[in-house]
Design a protein around this ligand. Sequence first.
Ligand code: MLT
Length: 393
Amino acid sequence: MKPNYHYKDVAETYLFSTVAKKVSEYSSANPDQKILRMGIGDVTLPLAPAVISAMHEAVDEMSKKETFKGYGPEQGYAFLRESIQSYYARRGITLKTEEIFVSDGAKSDCGNILDLFDADNTVLVPDPVYPVYVDTNVMVGRKVSYMQATAENGFLPMPDETKKADIIYLCSPNNPTGAAYSKDQLQKWVDFALKNGSVILYDAAYECFVTDGAARSIFEVEAAKRCAIELCSFSKTAGFTGTRCGYTVVPEELIFDGMSLRKMWLRRQTTKFNGVSYIVQKGAAAVFTEEGEKQIAENLSYYRENAKAIAACMDECGIPYTGGKNSPYIWLQCPCGMTSWEFFDYLLEKIQVVGTPGSGFGKNGEGYFRLTAFASRETTQEACDRLKALLKQ
Ligand code: MLT
């Protein structure tokens, strides 16, 4: 047996595992220190009451012979796909339920979707960006090229005729920079993809944080149905990071060389996946009820307030940053020319505040640092106080 040698080409551990390991080592060596975690974008508020009560009802259904459920449809129960369909319809986007596939999260789909593409396809990824896009392609031996996302272009690279690729990744609002494309900018990407026969993999996991009119879905651009797949998640919208549920939209117009990507994805999912549990899907559907939407809006505004507090702290410290408006992330410049990991160590050692080193998201992330607004209000406030005391000096 020969192992997959491409695994030699990725870092030995995943970015957030490396951060967690460093923090755990520090914590074991300094058991009396209170560590404030503002690193991984993991939510801290509990699931909304509407979600919990839908899940309780589903548990009860599972306890009775008449309502018990075994295997469900691999692509998700109709009730949830219909709820997602209406969520898009309320934003003026028409989807067929057959184009919506429920999964255990955007991260899994992000890796699994690559099953649909030839190994020789070229890949274009923004730098910096969510490391899963690069790692999952490198693991199967694809060469990845990069588009530069820098302060000069507002961290929103636009199409470049000299940089064509078969598979183009876009993440908006962006993880880690928080920058979000407008509909007009997405139109340019769609035109570019259609002209070159590319597919766009559009990660919309943070769409619920858009507040300033930026695009929330690539399908706001009608022609996108001929070139784009959208990945979405309940993790950040409704606190499902531990519950696990997401969805991917694969429009039926996506035909490449006579092959329908939607049909291929259905074939892939029915073969390799047995669906998300009924209980979780019931909870996810409750996210779209009137009550659920109201409760979730409250949670989102709680995180937005945290983001504002971190932004205000950066302002007070005179540290340049982006994000925090359409995004739960604050993307800041490390002070005094420190590298991302130097700043990480500095904050951990001096004030026990954990963030994510920008260089973990790509070469252009070097010298930057990401803080998340998903911590509790108390942690956020305490972290801001400690940051001010340290960085205002
Ligand atoms: C992040 O912190 O970038 C995210 O939480 C990672 C993820 O969603 O998998």
